[in-house]
Design a protein around this ligand. Structure first.
Ligand code: MG
Length: 395
């Protein structure tokens, strides 16, 4: 293997722990496999192949036009579901590398974790869940699994992308007991099982959950300030942010005249410290637990975690963003209209299934089919369809 130039520059003290957890990492050679047997790929392991299938999927390309917090048309520089997913993959890989976990698996899970999100972010998901209340509900984690298991149509022999068990397990981040039992009927001992047994997923899956939170907490500060909805004085009330803001100013007093660079520097330090915190805390948790294999790790408490102090600070930031950004009147105004769009679309397709493409219109379970169709839409396609079906232009 050729040595990367950067590894020559790496300080000695950062390398000895590189594969300290590798006994707990998922090994593609030991995968629990795919739902439909396939010959191995000649040049890629199972998780690399999963990642490639995800990147080439239609649902992945749609992420670029799906809202994270701000709608796509509100500005060109805000995060979308796509850039969010890329940031989760980047953070996840960095942490995985330091911990000796499987980077390819982390990347595959991170890139797929939001594939089931509806248009218009949480407003869309909540409304679709209400519309589906009598028909099994709608949950975006389960929908991500549906996308990779069933809804992508690319292969002659099966529906979905036929991903490895470990990737699918990571994609199904949360699942209600009722949905888990339903999954268990179609796939006994499969990805629903751990929600019934209350065991843990792989460390790579645990890691992706944290990388997701680290990513959105940081980028939502950036987008919140960029949009003008969050002010610096407000942000300084958040301990996690204020700490790094002050640290950056102390080291670079000149930044007080460059507010945007100061913001980036504070966010960068905040991100780095959360990453190091997860790495240190996880190493310690693994050492304390005495867990020596992936099978044991599945039965232990969650091992990939923040320190208690960082967890509190991260939760305080999350609470702040919830109150000040996600519930900001301007965001709520958009939210209200987005809910109307999803609700109207649902009603329209249920009463006139022929308005949907034939694949969806002829389904045995019409309501689920309508939910699948709407969930797959980008923000702007949903708005166009809404205007076509109702004659009203919203947003
Ligand atoms: Mg996410």
């Amino acid at each position: 293997m050729p040595m990367h130039a950067e590894s020559l520059d790496m300080p000695m003290d950062s390398s000895p722990v590189q594969d300290s957890l590798s006994a707990l990492a998922c090994d593609p050679a030991q995968t629990r496999g795919r739902r439909f047997a396939e010959a191995p790929a000649p040049t890629r392991n199972a998780y690399q192949r999963d990642r490639d299938r995800i990147v080439h999927s239609t649902a992945f390309r749609r992420l670029v036009y799906k809202t994270q917090v701000f709608m796509n048309h509100e500005g060109d520089l805000f995060r979308t579901r796509l850039t969010h997913s890329l940031e989760v993959a980047q953070l996840g890989r960095s942490i995985a590398r330091a911990l000796g976990l499987n980077e390819d698996l982390v990347e595959a899970i991170a890139l797929a974790h939001d594939l089931g999100h509806t248009p218009f972010g949480h407003a869309g998901q909540d409304t679709l869940n209400e519309c589906m209340a009598e028909h099994g509900g709608f949950e975006h984690n389960l929908q991500s699994l549906r996308v990779v298991d069933q809804l992508e149509e690319r292969y002659p022999a099966f529906d979905g992308l036929n991903l490895s068990f470990e990737t699918r397990e990571g994609v199904l981040k949360h699942c209600s007991r009722a949905n888990a039992e339903h999954l268990e009927q179609t796939e006994p001992g499969g990805v629903g099982r751990r929600f019934i047994d209350r065991t843990q997923p792989s460390l790579e899956a645990q890691l992706c959950n944290l990388a997701d939170a680290i990513a959105y907490n940081a980028h939502d500060i950036d987008d919140g300030v960029r949009s003008g909805l969050i002010g610096m004085e407000q942000l300084l009330q958040v301990e996690l942010f204020a700490h790094y803001h002050q640290q950056a100013l102390d080291e670079h007093p000149g930044l007080s005249a460059k507010p945007r660079r100061l913001l980036y520097e504070a966010i960068r330090r905040m991100l780095s410290d959360q990453v190091y915190d997860v790495i240190d805390t996880t190493r310690q948790a693994v050492a304390d637990s005495g867990v020596g294999s992936l099978e044991e790790a599945r039965l232990a408490r969650p091992l990939v975690a923040f320190s208690p102090r960082m967890k509190l600070r991260s939760m305080a930031l999350k609470k702040f963003l919830f109150a000040q950004l996600y519930r900001h009147p301007q965001v709520m105004h958009t939210t209200g209209q987005a809910q109307q769009v999803v609700h109207d679309l649902f009603t329209a397709y249920v009463s006139k299934p022929a308005e949907m493409p034939a694949d969806f219109a002829v389904s045995a379970d019409l309501h689920r089919s309508v939910a699948d169709y709407i969930a797959g839409m980008t923000d702007r396609f949903a708005l166009r369809e809404h205007e076509r079906l109702t004659g009203r232009k919203l947003l």
